[in-house]
Design a protein around this ligand. Structure first.
Ligand code: ATP
Ligand code: MG
Length: 197
């Protein structure tokens, strides 16, 4: 089995996340993509993050109509920091015959040399990297050692200029986020009063 791994804070999930997961699935013939909302993101210590329960619910609703997408609360349940290393070790144990493909945006993988046990992480998965507005995929070639780049593949150049930060700001400012995230996510944000000042 070829298993896609889509980690994120998903605060909230949006069409940028869903698009790169689907693109990875189709272009790399993945059998399924597992969405893993993270608990305590190691790279987002200072930022205030919406409750895990709300982020999980929004992610579950967003992927519900795609039969190839699944969600796991594996990272949410873990005590302490959620490291990709631990997740990949657990996923290998849970799916011993699966080949793992970790899907990220270029902004995330650009910091790879700061990841916990990156020299082990690179042995555990192939990375499928999506471009993002403001980032140059070629710059990554200067940031990672050649032996790491052998484990990195790139998605198509189609960019969606959407971020969770922008969605949170738009809600706070009373602007619409319709067409940036699925209707079910929108409904949850409004029903729960998320991201209001
Ligand atoms: P925030 O603005 O809060 O950082 P985000 O939009 O970057 O949120 P994350 O949950 O941090 O979302 O991202 C999860 C993963 O999805 C990361 O690997 C990130 O690079 C990737 N990603 C998010 N949005 C996009 C996008 N529009 N295009 C490509 N990759 C994206
Ligand atoms: Mg981000």
């Amino acid at each position: 089995m070829r298993l896609g791994v889509m980690g994120g804070t998903f605060d909230p999930i949006h069409y940028g996340h869903l698009f790169i997961a689907e693109e990875a699935r189709v272009c790399f013939a993945l059998d399924k993509v597992l969405f893993l909302p993270n608990g305590n993101p190691p790279h987002k210590e200072e930022a205030q993050v919406t409750s895990a329960q709300h982020r999980y619910k929004m992610t579950a609703l967003a992927i519900a109509d795609n039969p190839f997408f699944e969600i796991s609360d594996r990272e949410l349940r873990r005590e302490g920091k959620a490291y990709a290393y631990d997740t990949l070790i657990e996923l290998h144990a849970a799916h011993p015959t699966a080949e793992l493909f970790y899907i990220t945006g270029v902004d995330t993988i650009a910091e790879f040399m700061t990841w916990y046990r990156h020299e082990d992480v690179i042995e555990l998965t192939t990375f499928l990297v999506a471009t993002r507005p403001g980032y140059d995929l070629n710059a990554l070639r200067g940031l990672l050692p050649a032996r790491y780049l052998e484990r990195v593949a790139f998605l198509t150049e189609t960019r969606l200029d959407i971020s969770s930060t922008e969605l949170r700001e738009r809600v706070r400012n009373g602007l619409s986020i319709r067409y940036l995230t699925p209707p079910t996510v929108l409904e949850t944000i409004h029903a729960e009063g998320l991201y209001r000042p």
